[in-house]
Design a protein around this ligand. Structure first.
Ligand code: 5GP
Length: 121
């Protein structure tokens, strides 16, 4: 699989400081910020600072240090965000996964009872 990163995507612009964000947590390799259109009381996006288009790209090519830092950011968000009763972590990927922004991001969604993961038939 070849992953082509578009550095004009909106999260690349956030990382370069060209677009403002409401930061929840940051470390050397990851940034967590509020989603601009929250789907629940808690809706935070955790992104790596490196140029990875998707979860599978990140899992394959990110260094151990980047991967540890990413999950440290996830842990910090879960600790701070008010999701002690649970949450959902989502990484929409490419077209079948309906990914809008082609920079890997994990949605941390919670703060209220959520519906089913996928619509029931
Ligand atoms: P995706 O469908 O790619 O998994 O989700 C992209 C998410 O990025 C959406 O939930 C959308 O609301 C959020 N988003 C898009 N543009 C911006 C922005 O400029 N700032 C922030 N904070 N979130 C954004």
């Amino acid at each position: 699989m070849q992953y082509d990163y578009d550095d004009q995507n909106i999260f690349a612009k956030i990382l370069r400081g060209e677009i403002p964000n409401t930061t929840v947590f940051e470390n050397d390799h990851a940034l967590a910020f509020e989603d601009i259109q929250p789907q629940a009381p808690v809706h935070v996006l955790v992104i790596p600072k490196g140029a990875y288009v998707s979860l599978d790209h990140f899992a394959r090519d990110a260094s151990a240090e980047e991967q540890v830092a990413f999950f440290a950011a996830v842990a910090a968000v879960c600790d701070k965000a008010g999701v002690e009763h649970g949450f959902r972590a989502i990484a929409n990927t490419r077209t079948h996964g309906v990914q809008e922004v082609p920079h890997f991001h994990m949605h941390i969604i919670g703060g209220a009872q959520l519906g089913r993961m996928l619509p029931a038939d």
